[in-house]
Structures are given as C-alpha cells and as structure tokens.
Write a protein of this length. Structure first.
Length: 454
C-alpha cells in the first residue's frame, strides 16, 4: 500500500455517502482513533454503524443515539476494540456490517495524524492532531511541531528540586500558583494546599486539615475523581478551586471528563464537589486514562480584547450570551488527542464549547494561562521530550502557536504532568519562577523549580 492513499469505495445513496473517514491516528497501538465527518447538508444518524481495521473479525460499533450534524466531526477511540497497525486500514460500514461506506489505507504510523485536506473531500496526508475539529490543512506535519522549530528554554537551564524527599509520592499532576499558595492535584483524588518552605520550594499546609491533602468526592459525596488539573478563577480560591478529572477512580474503566468546583474554606479532610460539569458526551471518545489532564481559566475581558472568536456562533465572543458564569472561559486539555477545548461553564450547570484548538503535540498534560504575558502555556511530558508551547489569540480570533520550547537543559526527560508560572509580583531582574510536578516522583521528588524571562 502507499502511505496516505485513499482507497476507492463504492458510492452509496445519501445520506450515507455524506459521511467520510476524515482523520486517522495510529501511534503503535496507542491512542488509536478514527474520526468521521459529515460533508453533507443534513444530520445523519450513525447509530450502530461499524468501524473496522483490515481484520474482518475486528469491529467497533458506534453507540445508539449518535448522529453527525452538517459539518460535524466525531472521533472514536478504537484501541480497546482493535489496534491500528503501521500497515493497516480504517473502514466504515453501515449497521448491517456489510455495506462499505468509506475506507482509508496506509503503510506507516501517523506522524502524528493522517488527515483529509480539505475536510471530507480531499486526499489524506500527514498533519497535526485535530480529532473532533477541522483538520490542519496548513503547513502541518513535522512530527507534531506544527512547522515551528523548537528553541531553547526561555530562562535559566538550571533546575532544582522544590520539595522535601518523598513528601507526595507518585501521581502528583496539575499545579496552579495563587499568590503565596500552590495548589496541587494528585490523581488519587487528592487536593494539596502548599506553602513556601523558605528555600524556594513548597511544603504542605499543616492547618485546617491540609497536612496530607484533602480527599475529593463527586457531588453527593460518592466516587473518587481522577484529579489531573487544577485552577482558580478571578475570584481566587474564595470562589472555589476547580479540578479537571478524567474518570471516577471507583469505576476506572469509564471516561468521565468533568470539571468540578470545590469549596476549600472549611477544615474537613474530605471535599465534596459543589458543582460538576460533565463534558464527556460532547467530546471525542478516548480511553479512560487518556482524558482531561489539564485545566486553566482565561478572563472574558482578556478574550474580548484579543478578538477571540466563539466557535459556537462563528462570531466574536460575547460573554453576555451566556448569563451567569465565572467571568471567563475554562480551557481543558486532552491527553489522548492533544486537543484543547474552551468552555463557558454556567452557574446553572449548563455549558457551551466556544473553542477547539489543536495543540500540535501528541498529548496535553498541563495548561497555564500567564496573565503577565497574555499567553497560554501548553505542556507535554516525556511523551514529547518535555516540550512546551505558548499560544496567543491571532488575527483570526483563534489560539495559535507563538513558540515551541525545549525543556531546560538541566532537567532530565521526566514525567512532568504539572506546570505552574509564578505571578508578575515575583519577577526579579527580568526572571520569575516556574514549577513542574513529576508524576513519577523521580529520585523521590515530585516538584522542581526553574525560571522563565518575565
């Protein structure tokens, strides 16, 4: 087979003929996904349709109640049903299992994605990961770096540990610095409140029940959120601490892509979410351990001033459309697809997706909004060699990459799933601290400290 060659398939009567395989991600039996696109003018019910690879006995059945609106995208994580090899096919059948709708063949793993350009009608080629959104039909390619050449870390190459030995153990993930407090989310459903240790690092707060972190629960007091990311809004922690979770640890085989709000003002050692926004149904399917890894909040005023475009309307973002909400947009990062999504989370519990952004990386492990520089940091762990990207709203109103940075020269390629940027008040002589959380607790340390230029 020829890499990226579209296999001719028989025509079928509309509406089936309007549904096309639009993107395929195959990275060596990991994060294997197939995206479908509706190139027609009417909504198509694809309930019960079947995805296959080149093996007749393998199949993934699309869930009942699934439809694609005109111009709609939907990605399906097929890894648990079958792996997509380096020399393989993606095939789409009607619910009868024998009527072929579309297929695509390749002879090499995606780098990082096989994508149609233009969507639904063009030929397949190498491009950036954009599962669940329009394909990147620009320069693309280049092993997930979007045509932007990586450069040296924008600060000192020196990195030091920022915690005492074996304080946290493994699985420390998301970080967020709020003044003199560093919030940390641990995958085991634990939230940490950390204070300065007097030597440039952090230690657990020992007051008000925080000594060993506080256990997190879903609304109603049940379950254990797989807490991966943490942030606060313009109201600070007094307005609630927000945690991104990819699943319920008590039901670990099922994705539950949620943002949860916690009141952290009391002394109890257990925190029950005061609100959950479960975003799972509107996102491409991913494995239960490949979901939300990151969350950050960007103020409405910043977005409107930058000319940010609302994907739900196609026009300039207008916060007044959404009633009472946090005064900003929550951006979440998905590990399995490398996508970033922006949501307005309304106080009533409803939500609207206003942005879908390809990170250009194989996975997103952390997001941090840096107000001082008006830029979004996008972080990948050792999956991507510890690279970081910065993004800003461009002239077209969407987030676009402004730089790609290699990790600091003094830091090994470790499993950094958390990253936090110090506030502007800590800028001294043109530099300020940044911190990383190492999920693997390498050499007994989960926190490390470096610098960036202000």
């Amino acid at each position: 087979m020829v890499a990226g060659t579209l296999v001719a398939t028989p025509a079928h009567a509309a509406p089936a003929d309007d549904i096309r395989i639009n993107e395929v991600v195959t990275t060596g039996d990991v994060n294997d996904s197939i995206e479908l696109y509706n190139k027609g003018t009417g909504t198509v019910d694809i309930s019960g349709w079947i995805l296959k690879d080149d093996n007749k006995s393998s199949k993934y059945k699309i869930a009942s109640g699934t439809s694609l609106a005109p111009g709609g995208f939907r990605a399906f994580d097929v890894h648990d049903a079958f792996g997509l090899g380096s020399d393989d096919q993606a095939r789409l059948y009607l619910a009868d299992g024998s009527t072929l709708v579309d297929s695509f063949s390749w002879d090499d793993h995606s780098d990082p994605s096989w994508s149609r350009c233009p969507d639904g009608t063009g030929a397949f080629g190498e491009a950036e990961l954009t599962l669940g959104a329009a394909n990147d039909c620009g320069t693309g390619g280049g092993g997930g770096e979007g045509g932007t050449s990586p450069v040296a870390w924008p600060g000192s190459g020196s990195v030091a540990t920022a915690d005492a030995s074996n304080v946290f153990g493994s699985d420390l993930s998301g970080l967020y610095q709020e003044g003199g407090v560093l919030w940390g989310a641990q995958n085991s459903g634990t939230l940490w409140r950390l204070l300065p240790n007097g030597s440039g690092g952090w230690k657990p707060d020992t007051a008000n029940g925080w000594t060993t972190g506080k256990k997190l629960r879903f609304p109603g007091g049940s379950g254990t959120p797989d807490s991966e990311g943490v942030t606060v809004t313009g109201a600070g922690a007094a307005g609630g601490v927000f945690v991104a979770s990819e699943r319920n640890g008590d039901s670990s085989g099922t994705s539950r892509l949620s943002v949860l709000r916690y009141d952290v003002s009391g002394t109890s050692t257990t925190l029950t979410a005061t609100k959950e926004w479960n975003l799972t149904s509107g996102l491409p399917s991913v494995g239960s351990n490949l979901g939300f890894e990151a969350v950050t909040w960007v103020p409405d005023t910043t977005l409107t001033a930058a000319g940010f475009k609302d994907e739900s309307t196609g026009a300039a973002y207008d916060p007044n459309r959404y009633g009472t909400h946090s005064g900003g947009v929550f951006f979440v990062g998905v590990e399995g697809t490398g996508m970033i999504y922006g949501y307005v989370l309304q106080d009533a519990g409803t939500f609207t997706r206003v942005a879908s952004v390809s990170s250009g990386m194989a996975g997103v492990m952390e997001l941090q909004w840096e107000p001082q520089a008006s830029r979004l940091w996008v972080v990948c762990d050792d999956t991507c060699g510890g690279r970081h990207r910065t993004m800003r709203v461009d002239a077209s109103g969407v987030f676009a990459t402004t730089a790609v940075y290699n990790r600091p020269s003094g830091m090994a390629d470790i499993n950094n799933e958390g990253f936090s940027v110090a506030p502007a008040a800590e800028c001294v002589s043109g530099s300020k601290p940044v911190y990383w959380a190492d999920d693997s607790n390498t050499s007994g340390h989960a926190l490390r400290r470096g610098t960036i230029t202000c």
